[in-house]
Design a protein around this ligand. Structure first.
Ligand SMILES: [Mg+2]
Length: 423
């Protein structure tokens, strides 16, 4: 749909409510707007969903397996607008693609502009609510519906969410425990970094003094490389026992990490809350927590003050916006998780540009080789995209050789006895 067609479409959409053009919108009286509605009247006893006239309909949901391990979604419409999203749970791309196929009969023929209405229908009509697979699929679909709505209206999604709240978006770089890499990233312009725990041996249930000291010395080397102005978070990946987490946090406190991420597995929020009470360092968590209901317990119990919803897992852009609002009431900030592709990052950028309590954004790619125009990075920040919807366009020619993958999650075993350990 070109600009002229979009204008004509919007004119039809708002015909009868005094909003045929932007100028008319400014002069339309509240009385005129309040007297007529763009929606059909809903009668008592009707069990039919409401819809906008004129018709805009979803025609097809198309999934693409994209290397290295992603799943992209295109939602096609009869007006030629295509919305994109990433309905993916890492390591389960094919399962997610199948789950998208199961949602397809619901969405095809429906109006894609009813973003929240469809979220509710897909989430609640499943009866068995939530779960990593279904919530990830719902997240990617929701992103694509926002993309369609933004493209139709000709504005970025952050404008529809009341933004922008900031002029650029701080992103952080992974440094993998390597001081030299941190220095390189500093030169590239990054100011914020993340590392994992340095592993020289397996830690066991209660780590040795040697393990704890080596991990702390490695972080100290990163602090030395970055200086006191660098912000460096450390991710325990929920792979460390509560007993070892306490020892490690105490050893890291002198080096002022930005946050301790997933100090313990996230299934027992009370244990994470106990860890949080035992240190002045901020605790971060959220990549394996889903929807507002998952984050409710984290906030109520004071288990974390930095929330890391993944916009491809938590329920999508609006669900992350709601989580941000809940967090604001607890003086918590957002550092959304994103080890995925450029659509995931673009969705997260739209969120960051529309919330007050944003801290920093994880990223792995700005979209080189995937997008017609990659997101622009400068001085540690991504520039605010100004394009409609998610603000990006896939480059189908560049994607063609990257289609198809068989990514498997890695396996990890204890070097002493071969038992399963987390990664
Ligand atoms: Mg993590």
């Amino acid at each position: 749909m070109n600009a002229k067609q979009r204008r004509e479409f919007l004119k039809q959409l708002f015909a009868g409510v005094g909003l045929g053009t932007a100028g008319a919108a400014l002069t339309a009286s509240a009385q005129t707007i309040g007297r007529t509605s763009p929606y059909p009247e809903i009668k008592s006893g009707s069990d039919q969903p409401f819809a906008y006239p004129p018709k805009l309909r979803v025609t097809k949901l198309e999934t693409l397996l994209v290397k290295p391990r992603w799943l992209f979604l295109k939602i096609h419409t009869d007006e030629g607008i295509v919305g994109i999203g990433e309905p993916i749970l890492e390591g389960r791309a094919r399962t997610c693609a199948e789950a998208v196929r199961e949602v397809t009969p619901y969405l095809v023929g429906k109006d894609p502009r009813l973003v929240m209405h469809h979220w509710q229908a897909i989430y609640r009509h499943a009866f068995y609510r939530g779960g990593p697979i279904l919530t990830s699929v719902l997240s990617g679909i929701e992103q694509a519906l926002w993309d369609i709505k933004g493209k139709l209206l000709g504005v970025p999604v952050y404008e529809l969410l009341g933004g922008p709240t900031r002029g650029r978006i701080r992103v952080y770089a992974h440094v993998g425990g390597k001081p030299a890499m941190l220095k390189d990233k500093l030169k590239e312009g990054f100011t914020t970094f993340k590392t994992g725990v340095f592993r020289s041996t397996e830690s066991g249930v209660v780590a040795t003094q040697g393990f704890v000291e080596r991990a702390a010395e490695n972080f100290a080397a990163l602090r030395e490389a970055g200086g006191k102005e660098a912000q460096i978070g450390i991710d325990f990946h929920g792979a460390i026992t509560p007993q070892t987490a306490k020892l490690l946090i105490k050893a890291l406190e002198p080096y002022h990490p930005l946050f301790i991420e997933e100090p313990v597995p996230c299934q027992n929020v009370d244990v994470m809350a106990e860890i949080a009470r035992g240190t002045h360092l901020p605790i971060a968590t959220g990549e394996r927590i889903f929807t507002k209901w998952g984050f409710r317990e984290i906030l109520e119990k004071g288990a974390a003050s930095i929330l890391q919803p993944d916009l491809c897992h938590c329920g999508g852009i609006m669900e992350a916006r709601l989580i941000a609002g809940m967090g604001e009431a607890y003086y918590a900030s957002l550092a959304p998780h994103n080890p995925l592709g450029p659509i995931s990052l673009a969705a997260a950028i739209q969120l960051a540009a529309s919330i007050p309590n944003f801290l920093c954004q994880e990223q792995r790619t700005f979209g080189e080789g995937y997008l017609k125009e990659p997101l622009e990075f400068e001085d540690g920040y991504v520039k605010l995209p100004t394009g409609p919807g998610l603000g990006i366009e896939l480059d189908d020619d560049k994607l063609a050789p990257l289609l198809g993958h068989d990514w498997q999650n890695r396996e990890r075993y204890d070097i002493g006895d071969g038992s399963v350990v987390d990664w």
